[in-house]
Design a protein around this ligand. Structure first.
Ligand code: IMP
Length: 201
């Protein structure tokens, strides 16, 4: 697969910067869907892989370049994997209409308390989809396992980081040094698999 020029199928500037930094050592030049004015398709599939593929296929077909997309989220085992692909949507507060992760974390806590379960185990998942304009497709899935603790702690990171404690750790991702989180995260795991498959084979 020729990966010299790659379009990142996201309008999120933070994600583009992070992916650019991860792939620069391999001589990959990255453009974002925003730079190229590509449309952002609605995430209509029912799995991380389905949504990542949908975004990468759309970007590859419009740009004529190889495209990389990711989809990620938090799966809570006692909640049957919820919020899962709806992780961002759980943060939409119906009253304020703004994305509010304090609201989302509280929803997770209330759901767990209602079940009266002591199983607070959870994982973050990240799926990367790489699609060429001629239809070659590869998927890489990364995860980090851990458990949830309440109330939320820490100002670092984003999303559900303040309630997630990775296995072997005592502090939440919200309290952890970002460099350390980036080494052990679901995104790092998925990227390691991509790099091993695409650049080291
Ligand atoms: P997306 O992959 O941009 O669709 O993001 C999915 C959602 O999953 C984010 O809005 C966060 O709520 C959650 N999420 C994904 N990765 C992380 C993470 O590393 N920390 C905290 N929350 C995350």
């Amino acid at each position: 697969m020729n990966l010299q020029n790659l379009v990142i199928a996201t309008h999120n500037k933070g994600k583009v910067r992070e992916i650019n930094d991860l792939l620069a050592p391999f001589g990959v030049k990255v453009k974002s869907a925003l730079d190229m004015d590509l449309p952002e398709p609605e995430e209509t599939e029912n799995s991380f892989a389905g949504n990542a593929l949908l975004k990468a296929r759309a970007a590859a077909s419009v740009s004529g370049m190889t495209a990389l997309a990711d989809d990620s989220g938090l799966e809570v085992f006692a909640l049957g994997g919820e919020p899962g692909i709806y992780s961002a949507r759980w943060a939409e507060n119906p009253e304020t209409k703004i994305r509010d992760f304090a609201f989302a974390m509280n929803k997770v806590k209330n759901r767990l308390e209602a079940l009266k379960t002591s199983d607070y185990s959870a994982r973050f998942v990240c799926v990367l989809a790489l699609v060429t304009p001629d239809g070659e497709e590869q998927i890489f899935e990364g995860e980090v396992r851990g458990h949830l603790e309440f109330p939320p702690r820490g100002e670092n990171g984003f999303g559900y980081d303040p309630i997630f404690v990775a296995n072997g750790e005592t502090i939440t991702f919200g309290e952890m040094d970002p460099a350390k989180k980036h080494e052990m995260s679901h995104r790092a795991d998925a990227f390691k698999k991509l790099v091993n498959s695409v650049f080291k084979s």
